[in-house]
Design a protein around this ligand. Structure first.
Ligand code: 26W
Length: 823
């Protein structure tokens, strides 16, 4: 039975007016009464906060309404558990989604404040590394848009992803301070705080009815305090909650310790507790492996599950109905410990029978895999889990025994297959494989592109897939068209609207209507004018930040993403070097100006990635300053890549570089953002590029390189890259110039090992894909020289992006995995 009755028809305040006058008055009121500043002395940050408060109020009304509706209707709730949410800025998103851009802009203008300036002042919430975190943010917005009652659960890191600066071309990491001026979007919920335990021991206790159950007695406790941020959907369809946990000591003032005179001890204890949510781990493909990371994972999993279970019991009274009313999606394995924690809550805390609890658990969880890189698959030493989470380790053993029994008895697995599906990896120190745990504890396991899902079935989860052939399914990623088209490219949005009408704003598949206009010279020139304006804006940013002049006439060739060897920024910069050689060798040819733009962060511990950044900067310095190039080629590395920078770069791109080694990029989502904004993709048949190729047609994308099978074949045969290098004078020359110090005269050997690796093993097939990449780039040149052709292709890309809306992705999750209705 519900613990306390809920009154759904309690009175609510009048919704806030949205006229210019009302907004103007309220911004002033917020400035005075909430911020405590006289407009005469208010600083820009005060205006920003006052504006956010005024906008926020208009979202509050819908927030309350949304939550009342879920309580009233008993609809199923979706919980998206993710260690990362790469939100970026929220103000423009919120204003735009509730149609407040224009009145707020006018209200501020009347107050002599420029909205654009305020927008650019808002810090990015950079609580994520890359694709996985940004996907979580797009999903939250789509879930609100589709009126799904949903919560995002994550960690409120005090420091998001590090700020990247350049020091003589090297990456330097600085702490990021997004909370320095406070965060007007969040609501601290002191009443929603849960204890999270670590360590201690497990004790069997006998219940009054004679049953024995296990009880975990942790010896270390801290508090998870909730901070809520509203996430509003398109046209304010619904407002959902992003709930981020912050760690605090149980007794925030540690009175006992203080009173006993142990002031240092008290401070230490509180610092130790808070350390858990202090920083985001900055590696996006290699598990940190540290105890603190496991603590983060359990901390947010446990707090989230306690919150979910409390809410469920409050409304429905018992936990057997959990899978009917709750769907929990695990964003990669980072929250996978939740499987054991839910079992513990059901069995130990609520006395459910093991088999029933297992059913409930599997019925509730779904798991999304985001990478096949072997080094990225999380596993934890058994000894560490035993020490930190002794009861969970027992539960994992018991789950494992059940699974292995099934593998042996039902599926008649061989010993090798049994070892493959085991939750415990017995090689080189026993470890718990979190992917296996997430898989067996979920009713659905999905990949993020068609190719990735197939590879999942063939590689990491081959034997688990044989054991449970119904579970793996595909959900190709998507992006929210609100942020990645309408907000970041208002010029293009207006143009499309003028041409095919505004229906695409609500049904993105309607963009297909643009195909009919793709070859219309009038439309092409308007399309080109929008692109041109976006390029001018980016050129100004490059001038301001880097003091490099680039011509908006040039082809903007863009690769922006985390720096990783498999993403092959190295291939791109080697092509720049080869192009540089060619331009100097053949000055008479009709070269077209090109600007290669890079941005991206490297994991602080990833040496080769940092060296690649240095190489890009070294090459940039030489090429940009060589008069023989006559400005035909420029190379720019823009520091501190983040969501907000992407929002300026993407609309200005002509060419989108999606050139990962085939089979290694699970999906990619940047590729989709460029497509929406009318850039042409040069890419390999990898991740979602394969589906982009299908949607846009082979004539409108530039594909090159080895296929997944060819890569696999060359690797398995240990084929040497030598021949590829020797047979390509262009590549040899470029490699030799880099390796011999042409771009690093201050340290001629700087790139010897990096380039040496290409001769030796070339795991990422940079050398073997080079000629094919070069040819593809020459095809790009030819297309660029035929403007009507280029523009037709660009328009067809925008027209074909509908499938890659995260609304489509979320609909599929809702129907196939969560079993919830959508708008
Ligand atoms: C434990 C260390 C760690 C941290 C993060 C390992 C792996 C990750 C992520 C899975 C990395 C990531 O962001 N993956 C990306 O996810 C995107 C969304 O699905 C895909 O589009 C990208 O292809 C994939 O690299």
């Amino acid at each position: 039975m519900p613990q306390k009755p809920i009154v759904y028809d309690a009175p609510t305040p009048e919704p806030r007016a949205t006229t210019v006058e009302a907004l103007q008055a309220q911004i002033l009121e917020k400035l005075t009464y909430s911020i405590g500043k006289d407009p005469i002395v208010a600083r820009p940050h005060d205006w920003l906060a006052a504006t956010i408060y005024a906008v926020r109020d208009r979202i509050m009304d819908r927030w309350m309404e949304s939550s009342r509706e879920t309580w009233r209707t008993s609809n199923k709730r979706v919980y998206y558990l993710s260690l990362e949410f790469l939100i970026g800025r929220l103000m423009r998103d919120a204003m735009s989604n509730v149609q407040l851009m224009e009145p707020v802009q006018q209200a501020l203008k009347n107050l002599n404040v420029d909205l654009g300036d305020l927008i650019n002042m808002e810090p990015d919430a950079a609580l994520g590394n890359g694709g996985l975190g940004r996907l979580a943010a797009c999903f939250l917005e789509s879930m609100s848009t589709l009126k799904i009652p949903a919560y995002g659960y994550g960690i409120r890191y005090v420091h998001g992803l590090f700020r990247q600066e350049m020091s003589e071309g090297w990456q330097v990491e600085l702490p990021e301070e997004w909370l320095a001026h406070g965060n007007p979007w969040e609501f601290e919920r002191r009443e929603s705080a849960y204890e999270v335990g670590f360590g201690g021991h497990v004790e069997p206790v006998t219940d009054p009815d004679g049953l024995i159950r296990q009880e975990w007695r942790p010896n270390d406790h801290l508090l998870a305090v909730a901070y809520d941020t509203p996430i509003v959907g398109w046209r304010g369809a619904r407002v959902n909650t992003l709930r981020l946990w912050s760690a605090q000591p149980i007794d925030p003032i540690l009175l006992d310790k203080f009173n006993s005179g142990d002031h240092i001890g008290a401070l230490e204890e509180s610092a130790r507790a808070e350390a858990i949510t202090r920083v985001l781990y900055p590696a996006d493909s290699t598990p940190a492996g540290q105890e603190l990371r496991l603590r983060q994972e359990f901390f947010f999993s446990s707090a989230s599950l306690q919150d979910i279970v409390r809410r469920h019991i409050q409304q429905y009274g018992d936990l057997t109905s959990l899978p009917d009313k709750v769907a929990i999606q695990l964003n990669d394995t980072h929250p996978a410990i939740s499987v054991a924690e839910l079992m513990r809550i059901l069995v130990d805390d609520n006395g459910m029978k093991w088999a029933d609890a297992w059913k409930v658990t599997k019925g509730t969880f779904g798991y999304t895999n985001h990478t096949l890189l072997p080094e990225a698959l999380e596993s934890w030493p058994v000894a560490l889990l035993e020490r930190l989470l002794p009861r969970h380790m027992q539960i994992i053993y018991q789950i494992n025994a059940d699974i292995l029994g099934e593998a042996r008895n039902r599926a008649k697995f061989t010993d090798q297959q049994i070892a493959n599906v085991s939750l415990i990896d017995e090689h080189g120190g026993r470890r718990v494989r979190m992917g296996q745990l997430a898989f067996v504890g979920s009713h659905s396991i999905n990949g993020v592109s068609a190719l990735h899902t197939e590879l999942m079935k063939q590689t990491v989860f081959a034997d688990l897939h044989k054991l449970y052939p119904e579970r793996i399914n595909n959900k190709t990623n998507g992006i929210t068209p609100r942020r990645w088209l309408m907000q970041c490219n208002p010029g293009l949005t207006r143009l499309i609207s003028d041409r095919i009408g505004p229906a695409f704003l609500d049904d993105i598949e309607k963009l297909r209507g643009l195909e009919a206009h793709a070859d219309d010279p009038g439309f092409q020139s308007q399309f080109a004018a929008v692109k041109r304006a976006n390029k001018e804006r980016l050129a100004r940013l490059i001038k301001d930040r880097m003091n490099i002049t680039v011509s908006p006439e040039a082809l903007f060739d863009v690769q922006i993403k985390r720096i990783h060897e498999y993403k092959r920024q190295l291939l791109n910069i080697i092509q720049a070097v080869a192009l540089y050689d060619e331009i100097r060798a053949h000055p008479e040819r009709d070269w077209m100006p090109r600007v290669k733009i890079f941005a991206g962060k490297a994991a602080p511990s990833y040496w080769n990635a940092k060296l690649i950044i240095k190489l890009i900067n070294d090459v940039a310095r030489v090429i940009n300053n060589d008069p023989a190039v006559r400005g035909l080629l420029k190379v720019v590395f823009l520091p501190n890549y983040n969501v907000s920078l992407a929002e300026v770069i993407v609309p200005a791109a002509d060419l989108s570089e999606q050139i990962s080694t085939a089979g290694m990029e699970a999906s990619g989502t940047g590729n989709m953002k460029f497509m929406a904004n009318g850039a042409i993709t040069i890419g390999t048949m990898d991740g979602a590029n394969v589906e982009m190729h299908k949607e846009v047609g082979a004539d409108n994308i530039v594909i090159f390189g080895l296929s997944t099978e060819e890569v696999e074949d060359k690797r398995s045969r240990n084929e040497v890259p030598r021949t590829a290098i020797d047979s390509s004078p262009r590549l040899s020359e470029a490699l030799e110039s880099i390796a011999s110090g042409v771009f690093s005269p201050d340290d001629p050997h700087r790139y010897r090992d990096l380039i040496g690796g290409l001769y030796d093993h070339d795991w990422f097939m940079v050398a073997r894909d080079f000629d094919s990449y070069w040819d593809a780039q020459m095809r790009v040149n030819a297309l660029w020289n035929n403007k009507p052709k280029w523009l037709g292709m660009a328009i067809r890309n925008t027209a074909a992006v509908g499938f890659f809306s995260s609304d489509r992705t979320i609909r599929q999750y809702a129907h196939d995995i969560w079993n919830v209705p959508t708008a």
